[in-house]
Design a protein around this ligand. Structure first.
Ligand code: NDP
Length: 236
């Protein structure tokens, strides 16, 4: 029963994270989101946290646990890009992206795992990207952080798989959010040409896959990379 479970989605105030939180609410879960600004969708509890700050993540989890109970479905969604070619990329451009996308997932999943182990049930869902395995010129920091999530989920599967906990990666392609709206029109047109589906996707098309992974129907899927990319990354 979905009502037994407490979900935490990071970055649930906008974009893909918001759509994921909306879907979980619609499916009857108790849902909290982290946000640095703004609020999560109706029916969610919003807690403040920057995922680069372990103390803030810890405090956010405590607030959710007090209000809703232990988190047993965690969706590490918060992420940033700072695109530029290697020769122009400085240490901060690299570290900030890795510390948010990969380090943020580490902080959140580590904190969530305590409750999951106690319950002997859990779902860890990491939002990666098609470029994690496909690569992308101008995104060395971002794609490295996203492919790192694959090793993360597979190692976690080996550590915690026998305790009723699954860990999977969802790898979206081009989704219409603020992140992709920033790209120049010409880049967007070039992307569209290379996507077999011939279109971009809405955040809700990612959300439906995430809620399915959390469901009992997906209990025997772990360490998988699940593409939601219209065929853009196939073969990788
Ligand atoms: P958006 O830029 O629309 O939203 C990003 C979200 O992450 C916001 O809620 C933002 O919060 C939050 N966030 C960023 N940095 C931090 C931080 N340090 N601490 C806490 N929250 C933070 O992105 P999308 O919805 O497009 O992307 C969501 C995820 O999906 C990301 O991991 C992204 O890499 C991935 N993805 C997106 C694709 C796309 O095409 N859009 C494709 C493949 C993967 P705030 O509002 O406070 O900034």
């Amino acid at each position: 029963m979905s009502t037994e479970h407490v979900v935490l989605v990071t970055g649930g105030n906008r974009g893909i994270g918001r759509a994921i939180a909306e879907r979980f609410v619609a499916d009857g879960y108790r849902v909290a989101v982290t946000a640095r600004s703004g609020e999560g969708p109706e029916g969610t509890l919003t807690v403040r946290a920057d995922v680069t700050d372990a103390a803030a993540v810890d405090a956010a989890f405590s607030e959710v646990e007090n209000a809703l109970g232990p988190v047993d479905v965690v969706v590490a969604n918060a992420g940033i890009t700072r695109d530029m070619l290697l020769l122009r990329m400085n240490e901060d451009d690299f570290d900030d992206v890795v510390s948010t996308n990969l380090g943020g997932s580490f902080r959140v999943v580590k904190r969530a795992s305590k409750g999951m182990l106690k319950k002997r049930w859990g779902r860890v869902i990491l939002i990666s990207s098609v470029v994690g395995l496909l690569g992308s010129a101008g995104q060395i920091n971002y794609s490295a952080s996203k492919s790192g999530l694959v090793g993360f989920a597979r190692s976690l599967t080996r550590e915690l798989g026998a305790r009723g906990i699954t860990a999977n990666v969802v790898a979206p392609g081009f989704i219409e959010t603020d992140m992709t709206a920033e790209l120049p029109e010409q880049t967007q047109a070039e992307y569209k040409k290379s996507i077999p589906a011939g279109r971009f996707a809405s955040p809700d098309e990612v959300a439906g896959v995430v809620t399915w992974i959390a469901s009992d129907a997906a209990a025997y899927i772990s360490g998988a990379v699940i593409p939601v990319d219209g065929g853009l990354g196939m073969g990788h």
